[in-house]
Write a protein that binds this ligand. Structure first.
Ligand code: ADP
Length: 263
C-alpha cells in the first residue's frame, strides 16, 4: 500500500520528453485499438522507445492485437511491463481473471490508470500511446488530469454519423485544454480486384472531423490519412502481429506508417 499523497507520475514531471497521445473515438468498432497497436509497432520499428497503455477498460483488446500473453513482473514495488514487437504494454486485461468482465466505477478506473502511470517501470519513453475507451467518459477526463501534456488523436470512419460522434470525443480536448494532434480515418474504402475503391462507409468523415475540430479549437487539426479496409489488417490483429509488421507494403500498413511518422 502506498502512503498518503498523489503518486509521482514520471510523464507529468516538468521537462519530461515523452510525447503522449491518447487515441480516442466517438464509438466502438471504428478501429481505434487496431490503429493504436499499429502506430505503436510502426514507431518502435522506426527506432523509437514506445509504451502503450490499454485504457479501454471495458473493451481491452491491446494484448491480443500485439500478441502479449505475459503478465507484468513485479520487482520490489514496481511492475515491469511485458514487451511485444519492441513495445512495452500494460492493459487492464492483465489484471482481471480471464473471461471476467470489468465492473468498476469511475474512481477505480482513475486509480487503475494512475497505477499504470506511476507503478509501472516504463523507463525513458519517446512515445506513450493510450488506447481510450470509446466516447467521452471518466477515463478521458482522468487522462487529461493525470497527463495534462497528452494530446488527442481521433479515429473515425468516413461515415458522417460516426464523424459527428467522433467530433464530440475530440471536442473534450477544448474543455481539458489538451492538444488535438490529428484525425485518422479508418475503414476508408475497400479496394476492388479491378483497382476501384468501394466506399462501404461513405466518404468525407475524416476530413469533416478534422475541419470542424480545427474551427472549434482555432488551431490546425490535420487529417493524418485514410486507412483502407484490408483483410490483412484484420488477420494481423487476430494473429497478434500488427499489419505494419506482417504486411508492411499493404496499403493499410503504408497509411498507418505515414500517420505514425507525422506524429
Ligand atoms: P475499436 O477499438 O474502435 O473498438 P477495433 O480496433 O477493435 O475497434 O476494430 C474493430 C474490428 O474491426 C476488429 O475486428 C478489427 O480487426 C477490424 N478492423 C479495424 N480496422 C480495420 C480495417 N482497416 N480493415 C479491416 N478490418 C478492420
Amino acid at each position: 500500500l502506498r502512503g498518503a499523497g498523489a503518486p509521482e507520475i514520471p510523464f507529468s514531471k516538468p521537462g519530461s520528453l515523452t510525447k503522449i497521445y491518447a487515441v480516442a473515438s466517438g464509438k466502438g468498432g471504428v478501429g481505434k485499438s487496431t490503429v493504436t497497436a499499429n502506430l505503436a509497432a510502426a514507431m518502435a520499428a522506426d527506432g523509437l522507445k514506445v509504451g502503450v497503455i490499454d485504457a479501454d477498460i471495458y473493451g481491452f483488446s491491446i494484448p491480443r492485437l500485439l500478441g502479449v500473453t505475459q503478465q507484468p513482473t513485479k520487482v520490489d514495488t514496481m511492475l515491469l511491463p511485458p514487451i511485444a514487437h519492441e513495445v512495452k504494454v500494460v492493459s487492464i486485461g492483465m489484471f482481471v481473471p480471464a473471461g471476467q468482465p470489468v465492473v468498476w466505477r469511475g474512481p477505480m478506473l482513475h486509480r487503475a490508470l494512475e497505477q499504470f502511470l506511476a507503478d509501472v517501470f516504463w523507463g525513458d519513453l519517446d512515445v506513450l500511446l493510450l488506447d481510450l475507451p470509446p466516447g467521452t467518459g471518466d477515463i478521458a477526463i482522468s487522462v487529461a488530469q493525470l497527463l495534462p501534456s497528452s494530446e488527442i488523436l481521433v479515429v473515425t470512419t468516413p461515415q458522417l454519423a460516426a464523424a459527428e460522434v467522433a467530433e464530440r470525443a475530440g471536442s473534450v480536448a477544448t474543455q481539458t485544454n489538451q492538444g488535438l494532434v490529428g484525425v485518422l480515418e479508418n475503414m476508408a474504402w475497400l479496394e476492388q480486384p479491378d483497382g476501384t475503391r468501394l466506399e462501404i462507409f461513405g466518404s468525407g468523415g475524416g476530413a469533416r472531423v478534422a475541419e470542424n475540430l480545427s474551427t472549434l479549437t482555432g488551431t490546425d487539426v490535420p487529417l493524418l490519412g485514410h486507412v483502407p479496409l484490408d483483410v490483412a489488417l484484420r488477420e494481423a490483429g487476430d494473429d497478434g502481429t500488427p499489419v505494419v509488421l506482417s504486411a508492411p507494403d499493404s496499403p493499410a500498413a503504408v497509411a498507418l506508417r505515414d500517420a505514425a511518422r507525422h506524429l
